[in-house]
Design a binder for this molecule. Structure first.
Ligand code: CMC
Length: 429
């Protein structure tokens, strides 16, 4: 067996031998296939990158057909059950599990960097009272590059490390302040005696008490949610981070681009859209009419379907369990009944079976977030906090990958050519 592809160009009769490596051919190898030397070579057309690998990566493995998700080789189920978010963040960023000393140093570093410059607070206060927290988060993370101008020295490993620590540490502070802003409540400073999730809950919900004590079951559920969101290989926002990062800009600007991508309703914004959809459906009786609308193409069943998972989303299974833990503390969310019935009907319906549409991570996470009294606008912020180590690990990998170049796809030009410009005063005469 030869690891190559023989391509015959039926336009010219010419044959080409193209090497196959790791189940892929190099798109650039197709460039030699030409009608004549004046023509550009053959290219691939792949809107949405549905069958194009853009990098080599050793961070996250997904087998969408089997419902497998692994970070650095460790199954998500084991990490969610036995690890914690900061240990998983270490694993994702560094590639290995930490020793006791490495873990303690990492937790100390992250905890030590949770505060932000007072001027950040100042400009966050300048947002309108009803500003979407994702817009605030995106702007504030982008602005951090101006507080750390040395972050542009991306070839320096120590410099890269400190920016990674800062971003993982400060993301909950910025997210919590965006939340407090919308509520008109004073921003709460980090409490460095608390764990990552507890400190976040404290910055969100603390009022006049001297110390905020989160229910440990809630803190644990939030920590698990962060783990589930920590990385997901080349998704839309990670691709945005890598694409912007490929220009060699600082990591704050690259991650701000990722936050923008995550904001969209087809990506991280889906959990917000799920909750709005469940509220709109309201009761179990309204489900059949809603499903008909989805099948007629009038709307989408948000929280269903995935580009990669075509069997089940392993994160959705773990989230269902976290739902039970949270509802034990908060009481059951009445929309859970609508969600469960919707899932049952959809999983039995030919339309969804044929298209392999199953609940994804966002289907149940919104219910947990609502039970924790987050407004829907905050849901994607929680996703962003969890995804930050993944974005940064992918960015780190990019900066050290000699094969990478600035991202610059081709296009198929469909517009006019060679028109003669007529000045406005002549055209409008
Ligand atoms: N409801 C109804 N029909 C759907 C849905 C849905 N949620 N998702 C896909 N389809 C249909 C789609 O209309 C198409 O049907 P047809 O073949 O008849 O044209 C078929 O299934 C294939 O869909 P697609 O849009 O080509 O698939 P994609 O891989 O481009 O899109 C997706 C993946 C996640 C964007 C899409 O399934 C979707 O829009 N889901 C709802 C939004 C959502 O829940 N997003 C969160 C994704 S998980 C978290 C994350 O990673 O961000």
């Amino acid at each position: 067996m030869t690891d190559s592809l023989t391509v015959r160009d039926n336009r010219t009769g010419a044959e080409y031998e193209i090497p196959i490596t790791d189940g892929t051919i190099k798109a650039a190898d197709l460039g030699q296939i030409k009608l004549n030397d004046d023509e550009p070579g053959l290219a691939t057309y792949d809107p949405g990158f549905v069958n194009t690998a853009s990098c080599r990566s050793a961070i996250t493995f997904i087998d969408g057909d089997k419902g497998i998700l692994e970070y650095r080789g460790y199954p998500i189920e084991q990490l969610a059950e036995k690890s914690n978010f900061l240990e998983v963040a270490y694993l994702i960023v560094h590639g290995d599990l930490p020793s006791k000393e490495q873990y303690d140093a990492w937790v100390h570093e992250i905890t030590y960097h949770t505060f932000v410059h007072e001027n950040v607070k100042g400009f966050m206060e300048g947002f309108r009272y009803d500003a979407h927290p994702m817009g605030m988060l995106m702007a504030s993370v982008g602005a951090l590059s101006t507080f750390y101008p040395e972050s542009s020295k991306i070839a320096d490993p120590d410099n890269r490390h400190i920016q990674i620590v800062r971003m993982i540490a400060k993301m909950p502070t910025l997210g919590a302040w965006a939340f407090r802003h919308a509520q008109g409540k004073p921003y709460v400073y980090p409490d460095n005696e608390l764990s990552y999730a507890e400190n976040f809950l404290s910055m969100l919900f603390k009022m006049s008490e001297t110390k905020y004590a989160a229910d440990p079951r809630i803190a644990k559920a939030l920590d698990v949610l962060f783990i589930l969101h920590a990385d997901h290989e080349q998704n839309c926002s990670t691709n945005a981070v890598r694409s912007v990062g490929s220009s060699q800009v600082d990591p704050y600007s690259a991650v701000a681009a990722g936050i923008g991508a995550l904001y969209g309703p087809l990506h991280g914004g889906a959990n917000e859209a799920v909750l709005k959809m469940l509220r709109r459906i309201g009761t179990v009786e309204n489900i059949p009419a809603f499903i008909e609308g989805v099948k007629n193409g009038e709307e989408r069943l948000m929280g269903f379907g995935h580009r990669v998972y075509k069997n089940f989303d392993p994160r959705a299974k773990i989230i269902k369990k976290a739902c039970d833990d949270v509802f034990e503390v908060t009481g059951v969310n009445p929309l859970l009944a609508v969600a469960k019935e919707l899932e049952k009907i959809a999983l039995e319906d030919e339309y969804f079976i044929k298209r392999k549409l199953y609940p994804n991570v966002d289907f149940y996470s919104g219910l947990i977030y609502e039970a924790l009294e987050f407004p829907p606008e905050m849901f994607t912020v929680l996703f962003a906090i969890g995804r930050t180590p993944g974005w940064l690990a992918q960015w780190l990998e990019l900066t050290q990958d000699k094969e990478q170049k600035i991202a610059r796809p081709k296009q198929i030009y469909t517009g006019d050519r060679g028109l003669t410009f007529v000045p406005a005063e002549e055209r409008w005469a």
